[in-house]
Write a protein that binds this ligand. Structure first.
Ligand SMILES: *Cc1c(COP(=O)(O)O)cnc(C)c1O
Length: 382
């Protein structure tokens, strides 16, 4: 968490426009669910991008408590944050590699480990190992079809022919990354699996790790020695099209700031994108796209209101555009307008991360990592 959002978290709830509740117990339950799926092999935790927007400083220790010992982040900065909150025995790997010249010394000093993505990075880590007079741990990444990071085919061939290039590098896991794990029938899954197996056979014996969240549900062939899930930990469905085996971790509530009645042909919000066709009751809620409530939800999203007459939450539609700090709801059909100062659910039992993402035309990953710094953040323990 940034210093700003930490300060915001410390302020009283009655000043908040939105409350983001992170259920660390559900996060831990999801980790244990993946351990079950792993059927005896180890499960790492991917906590990059501030644990997908939920707060790595709170999420990572909770995952450690649930049994996670291996953590992956994208950037060295993120790894340094983890080192402050995780026990020294934890293994923290930086997926992005070694970054700028000389960074390897910072990694060594801080006790963080690179994922080596090229022959050049292998050389840099090996040189440092030679200078230190001992082998240094790392993961080794081969590209099997994602074409972003990892040794490309020609570098893999060179390494296979000259394995002495790994001198000084103690490879904890050979890794690769699936491009289409969320589409079980996509032929690329099989192709990448075969390419990964082939790469492994050409290199000195080492443990291996291929599966991200959806990959973890593709069956035993994809498991190897370690699972490497991120999104599923945070409640995103790793089996799209099928029931979500994961528990929801976040709840997002927005505060109703004002309620008004408008008559046709009055419009609501920027661009007059919604125009009343009947007497309409509009509730204005204190969060918007500056909080990561995506503007593409304009006229498409829904909120859930606690309906007093029914004792259950009912859905009401967003009307008009999502503004920077505000959204507007059509609450006409409720028997009673929700009271000013009360909260509606934007993420919660009625609408999970994937449902909100579908309404926004994106994926749960983006909904989570967009969650803004202005929410009051509440962490519930297991
Ligand atoms: C982000 C990432 C993961 C985790 O993926 P999920 O789909 O969130 O489980 C695993 N491996 C690599 C290389 C990644 O970049």
């Amino acid at each position: 968490m940034s210093a700003d959002s930490e300060a915001a978290a410390a302020r009283p709830e009655h000043l908040a426009g939105g409350i983001l509740t992170v259920d660390l117990g559900a996060l831990q339950a999801n980790y244990r669910r993946l351990v079950e799926e792993a059927d005896g092999i180890a499960v790492a935790a991917v906590v990059k991008a501030d644990a997908y927007g939920l707060g790595a400083e709170r999420a990572a220790p909770a995952l450690w408590q649930a049994g996670a010992r291996i953590f992956f982040v994208a950037l060295p900065d993120e790894a340094l944050t983890l080192r402050r909150v995780l026990p020294a025995e934890s293994e923290v790997y930086v997926l992005g590699g070694l970054f700028g010249a000389g960074a390897e010394r910072d990694y060594l000093a801080a006790g963080i480990r690179p994922v080596l993505n090229s022959l050049q990075e292998i050389k840099r880590w090996g040189r440092l190992a030679a200078a230190e007079g001992r082998a240094l741990p790392a993961c080794l990444h081969v590209d099997t079809g994602m074409s972003r990071l990892g040794l490309p085919a020609d570098e893999l061939a060179t390494l296979a022919a000259e394995p002495e290039r790994l001198a000084g590098v103690s490879v904890a896991y050979l890794i690769s990354h699936l491009a289409s794990g969320d589409e079980p029938d996509h032929p690329l899954n099989r192709e990448q699996l075969e390419a990964f197996r082939a790469a492994r056979e050409r290199l000195p014996a080492m443990k291996a790790c291929l599966a991200n969240s959806p990959g973890s549900f593709l069956g035993p062939a994809y498991r190897f020695d370690l699972l490497r899930p991120g999104a599923a930990l945070y409640g995103v469905n790793p089996t799209p099209g099928q029931p979500n085996p994961m528990a929801q971790v976040v709840r997002l509530q927005g505060r109703i700031l004002q309620v008004r009645v408008i008559d046709p042909p009055r419009s609501v919000g920027y661009g007059a994108a919604f125009r009343a066709e009947r007497r309409t009751v509009v509730a204005t809620v204190g969060l918007g796209y500056a909080d990561g409530f995506l503007r593409s939800l304009s006229g498409r999203g829904r909120a859930w209101v606690e309906a007093r007459e029914k004792g259950a939450a009912v859905a009401v539609p967003l009307v008009g555009r999502v503004s920077m700090d505000l959204i507007t709801l059509d609450v006409t059909d409720l028997a009673e307008a929700p009271p000013v100062g009360s909260f509606v659910d934007l993420l919660g039992p009625g609408q999970d991360v994937d449902a909100l993402a579908a309404a926004a035309g994106t994926i749960g990953y983006e909904v989570l990592t967009s969650l803004g710094g202005r929410y009051r953040r509440v962490y519930r323990h297991g």
